[in-house]
Design a binder for this molecule. Structure first.
Ligand SMILES: Cc1cc2nc3c(=O)[nH]c(=O)nc-3n(C[C@H](O)[C@H](O)[C@H](O)COP(=O)(O)O)c2cc1C
Length: 188
């Protein structure tokens, strides 16, 4: 589907996107994910460093992640890990790989990764998919970086659980814009 065939305007996309805890199939395939990422990657990025990459985990890969987490923390019931990890058809792991010592400080590179991720969430939503950004155990695990083959200096910023909206969850209502009175000032 081209962008022209997908006419959701940006206000509608922003106000109707909701993070979805319950996801069903389908999720975008690797090619469609790349297609959306090509656009999300145009988000503001000082120095155009693109200091991030995604690792798409699906199917048996999700169980490999569970295996690693279970080995790391045998006290946690395996089913609890399965429930957490295998609840989405696609887990897109967000890897941050800052350029150390670059004139663009690390916090700006992190901001660029966040901007790209929000753009991707909006594009997924505009395309009819649902997603949620999750962190938690994914970011503290000692074994997951090895399971995913992260290089030195790379770290996980969590994952987007991606799928389609669960029809049982009902339609998402359009949100109202937020009262930002206390969040903006003017200096003239
Ligand atoms: C960096 C980041 C990490 C997050 N981690 C989690 C998480 O681990 N678990 C969770 O339930 N929500 C997490 N959230 C919040 C959800 O992604 C989502 O923003 C929140 O549920 C509000 O829903 P909304 O996007 O529909 O407003 C995180 C959000 C961000 C930006």
């Amino acid at each position: 589907m081209s962008q022209e065939e997908n006419p959701m305007d940006v206000f509608t996309a922003v106000l109707t996107r909701r993070s979805a805890k319950r996801l069903v199939g389908p999720a975008p395939g690797d090619e469609e994910f790349r297609y959306l990422l090509q656009t999300a990657a145009t988000a503001p990025d000082h120095g155009v460093l693109r200091p991030w990459r995604w690792i798409l985990v699906r199917g048996q890969g999700l169980h490999t992640v569970v295996d690693g987490l279970a080995e790391e923390d045998p006290a946690v019931p395996r089913q609890q890990l399965v429930d957490k990890v295998v609840r989405a058809p696609l887990k897109a792991m967000l890897v941050f790989r800052p350029r150390v010592g670059h004139r663009v400080p690390e916090w700006e590179q992190l901001a660029a990764a966040s901007a790209m991720t929000h753009a991707l969430l909006l594009l997924l939503h505009a395309r009819g998919y649902a997603a949620i950004w999750r962190t938690g155990r994914l970011c503290t695990s000692r074994t997951l970086p090895g399971t995913l083959g992260l290089a030195d200096g790379e770290r996980l910023l969590g994952a987007l659980d991606i799928g389609s909206p669960d029809p049982a969850s009902g339609p998402q209502r359009r949100r109202s814009p937020v009262d930002v009175t206390d969040h903006v000032a003017t200096l003239v």
